[in-house]
Design a protein around this ligand. Structure first.
Ligand SMILES: *Cc1c(COP(=O)(O)O)cnc(C)c1O
Length: 366
């Protein structure tokens, strides 16, 4: 007899996992917006020191990490939530805020975890298309606010399209949102955004207690293998509600230790951002030389339109055969053939571009 599952299991979409995890040979992994840089020696040392107390549960209140984040960002510790990755905070927000009859509003295409929130809670997902530059259309989103709206998700810079919108536009949008509606500004890639000081959005928290800024150690800090993220919140009401719907000890001891140490290395973060931005500029030029256009990236990845006549699946296959893993746009909600490509090390990017040139050749020469 087949197992009988709950109704939500039929609703919840499966997260589009990247391929290649079972492969042994060296691959160019540009599919998950990871950092190409290895963990810092000091972070590895901190993890090493934490190993000897793995017989103890981690601090369930993440007190040291929240205190250090509070010092770093100037937000009181009681307004900081920690997560087992920032996805954990997103899913907890869905559980704490949504229910049947409520609405969650977000742009699409955007982060592939967002549809999970409505599906898991039974709330209605209201999605708004991006504008012609593949940016959030906040004016159109404001028009979709209703009495049922409980949660708004704004991803800036946006995954998968890499584009960012000016903070002034976000500030204007927040004026339109009623104060009882929670707004999560997902800033997983904010350190790579050259349009804005990554810390400028923190000032919005004073005027908007309903706002939460979602940050992560997974991207610029390169610790996605450990799973740790955080939210800087406008109100002290949100963090305990997020904790209420989760298991205790959601952030493991090694993750807490590593995150604490990572915060001490702002200089390295800036150096790595500079190296990524250099690759961003160079990759943009070389894609254009191939006759392709990427959206205006403010992140550690690019979003490349392949053109209507091209076969996205065939291009993905051709790249994979050459040992290069990227993401297919169609799996991330793109209505047109597209690729999402993480900027890797210079050598990895060169391998991607060489492989892409080979794969495109038949169409390009005709
Ligand atoms: C990668 C990413 C995250 C971070 O996920 P973690 O759970 O912190 O690893 C959050 N939001 C967006 C838009 C992302 O792309």
């Amino acid at each position: 007899m087949a197992i009988e599952f709950s109704e939500r299991i039929r609703r919840i979409p499966t997260y589009p996992a990247a391929g290649g995890y079972a492969q042994q040979e060296p691959l160019v992994r540009l599919a998950s917006n990871e950092s190409p840089f290895e963990p810092l020696p000091a972070v590895r040392a901190a993890i090493d020191r934490a190993l000897s107390s793995l017989n103890r549960y981690p601090d369930p209140t993440n007190s040291l990490l929240r205190r250090r984040l509070s010092e770093r960002y100037g937000v009181p510790a009681e307004r900081i939530a920690i997560g087992n990755g920032s996805c954990d905070i997103l899913l907890a927000a869905g559980e704490a805020l949504l229910e049947p009859g409520a609405e969650v509003l977000y742009a699409w295409p955007s982060f592939s975890v967002y549809p999970h929130l409505a599906a898991a809670s039974g709330a209605r997902a209201v999605t708004v298309g991006l504008d012609e530059r593949e940016c959030h259309d906040l004016e159109a989103m404001a028009r979709e606010l209703t009495v049922a709206t409980r949660l708004v998700l704004v991803c800036n810079p946006n995954n998968p399209t890499s584009t960012a919108i000016p903070l002034a536009d976000i500030a204007a949008f927040l004026q339109e949102v009623p104060p009882h509606v929670c707004v999560i500004l997902d800033e997983a890639y904010c350190e790579f955004n050259l349009l804005e000081d990554p810390d400028a959005s923190i000032e919005l928290l004073d005027a908007h207690p309903n706002l939460a800024l979602l940050r992560t150690f997974s991207k610029v800090h390169g610790l996605c293998g450990l799973r740790v993220g955080f939210a800087l919140c406008g109100s002290a009401e949100l963090p305990p509600a997020l904790d209420q719907v989760r298991q205790p000890f959601f952030c493991n001891a090694l993750a807490q230790a590593a995150a604490l140490e990572a915060l001490e290395h702002q200089d390295t973060v800036e150096e790595r951002v500079a190296r990524t931005v250099a690759e961003r500029i160079s990759m943009d030029e070389r894609l254009r030389a191939l006759g392709l256009r990427a959206a205006d990236s403010q992140a550690n990845f690019c979003w490349v339109q392949l053109g209507e006549e091209r076969d996205e699946e065939e291009i993905m296959r051709g790249l994979a055969e050459r040992g290069v893993l990227v993401r297919a746009g169609s799996a991330l909600g793109s209505p047109t053939p597209a690729l999402r490509v993480t900027y890797g090390l210079p050598e990895e990017n060169r391998r991607f571009l060489d492989a892409l040139a080979e794969v495109l050749e038949p169409a390009a020469t005709r």
